[in-house]
Structures are given as C-alpha cells and as structure tokens.
Write a protein that binds this ligand. Structure first.
Ligand code: NDP
Length: 254
C-alpha cells in the first residue's frame, strides 16, 4: 500500500479504470459529481445514481462532452428505497453488465448542527437512514455482482467527525462513526475470501454545498475543490490498490 502522502498525490493514467463498471451514489453534485467525471476520464463506464434526475443528466452531458464512455443514469432516493429497490438495481446491473467493479457510496446528508439534547427525532431518523442503513442495504444487495468482478472495490464515505466526537454534529457524526465500524466489520469478513475489498475515504474539508451548509461563514476559495481530492478515489478504485482492505484513508491533509 502507498503511504498517506503518496495516495493524496496519486496520478491516475487515462486508462486506469478502462472498461470498469463503477456505480457512484450522489453523482449529481459535489464530490460524487467530481468522482463521476474523474472515473469517466480514466476510462470507466459510470452508473450515475442519485435523487435529482436533472443534476444527473447534467453530469451525463458533461461526461459525453469530455469524450467519456456513455454513462448510465439510475435515479434512486436513499431515504425511501427498500430492499426490493436495491435488489432490482443489482438485477439491472447483472443483466446489463454481468458484474460491478466499483461502488462509491458517496451520497449523504448533514442533518442539524445542534446539541444532541435538542436534536429532532425525525431528522435523526433521516440521517441514519440515508447515511448508514441505505449504505448497508445497497452494499449487501450489490455484493453478488461485485463478487463477479475480478477486482472489485467498495468505498464508503467517512468524515473527521466520524473518528473524534465533536460538539453539535449530532446524527451526522454518529452516522460516520457507524460507517467506520461497518467498514472494519465488513472488511474483516471479506479478508482473504475473494476479489472484493472495502475501504473508507474521509474527503476532508472540500468546497461543496454540504460544506457551505455546515460552515456558512467560510470562504469556499480557501478549501480544496472536489476535483482536487480525486487522486485518493482513483487510487482506491483502480488496480494499484488491490489488496488494500479495511482502511480509512484521508483524501487531503486538512
Ligand atoms: P453534497 O451535499 O454536495 O452532495 C451530496 C450528494 O448526495 C448530492 O448529490 C445529493 O443529491 C446526494 N443525496 C443526498 N441525499 C440523497 C438521497 N436521499 N438519495 C440519493 N442521493 C442523495 O455533499 P458533498 O459532496 O460534500 O458530500 C459527499 C460525501 O462526502 C457525503 O457523504 C459527506 O458526508 C462526505 N463528506 C464531505 C465533506 C466536505 O467537506 N464536503 C467532508 C467530509 C465528508 P442532490 O444533489 O439531489 O441533493
């Protein structure tokens, strides 16, 4: 495995992900959109999953304009999706491609920035559903198609507040701690079993809508852009990280 600094500076070749089928959740905006563009630029066929079709269509157009493989749009709302929806997704991927080489579980919501004593139950339920339960359900349903790939990589999305508890991050922080635990548990179960590896990325402070929601007074120009943190994503999705399993990796030093 490369060192933390080498991963942040990783340079992907234009054919790194050639012909890999990669599903990205929350692909319409922020980090997910940048990941979709970066994967397509490295030769992948990207399945753009998300809840706002107009945003996914824009990413679809942007990928085609950049000469990427024609992507697939897959509308799905992680808040309302059921086991049946995830099984249908898996069946569609199996029928169309016969395998899945990469799964980037990126979509997430922030919830309230308020003390837990005042945290609303309905917001808590939504954050845990989208940020934890849906991540588990989708991965579980897609595991059989991931196992059909010769080198499948699953990436969960963590956060700094998922490793050290900080005041006023509420259900979001709890959900990211859960992601760290899910990655360690699942990776331990998969270790030495076959071709699927599973890791977490903490993007670090990145200029997106969610970051602006969490820190409204911050100047986004002081932050890394989503495109700038892509080396870590590409490293973990491509063959150079084969064998890396159960790690939680920062995509930048901040
Ligand atoms: P954004 O808010 O910019 O993007 C989030 C994406 O998730 C959007 O595409 C959004 O869709 C999608 N999404 C939200 N809810 C649902 C849902 N119910 N069903 C389907 N898709 C949904 O956030 P970021 O790009 O900043 O965040 C991406 C990930 O990175 C998150 O997991 C976040 O927790 C994590 N992260 C981000 C950091 C940062 O500084 N930006 C730092 C640490 C972690 P839509 O556009 O339709 O709303």
């Amino acid at each position: 495995m490369l060192s933390a600094d080498q991963i942040i500076q990783y340079q992907a070749s234009p054919t790194l992900l050639q012909d890999r089928i990669i599903l990205i959740t929350g692909a319409g905006d922020g980090i997910g959109k940048a990941a979709a563009m970066a994967c397509a630029a490295a030769g992948a066929k990207v399945i753009l999953a998300g809840r706002t079709v107009a945003k996914l269509e824009q990413v679809y157009d942007d990928i085609l304009a950049a000469q990427g493989h024609e992507p697939v749009i897959y509308p799905i709302d992680l808040e309302g999706a059921t086991e049946d929806d995830y099984n249908e997704l898996a069946l569609n991927i199996d029928n169309q491609f016969g395998r899945l080489d990469g799964l980037l579980l990126n979509a997430g919501i922030l919830g309230q920035r308020t003390p837990l004593s005042n945290y609303r139950q309905d917001v808590w339920d939504r954050v845990i559903k989208v940020n934890v339960t849906a991540q588990f359900q989708m991965t579980q349903a897609l595991m059989p198609v991931l196992e059909k790939s010769a080198d499948a990589s699953v990436i969960f999305t963590s956060s700094g507040v998922g490793k050290v508890g900080r005041a006023f991050w509420g259900a979001y922080a709890v959900s990211k701690f859960a992601i760290e635990g899910m990655v360690q548990t699942w990776a331990a179960e998969l270790e030495d079993l076959g071709s699927v590896r599973l890791n977490a990325i903490d993007p670090g402070a990145t200029a997106t809508t969610m970051r602006a929601q969490a820190f409204p007074a911050e100047n986004p120009n002081d932050l890394k852009t989503a495109a700038e943190i892509m080396p870590t994503y590409l490293y973990l999705l491509g063959p150079d990280s084969t064998g890396v399993n159960g790690q939680s990796i920062k995509a930048q030093n901040r």
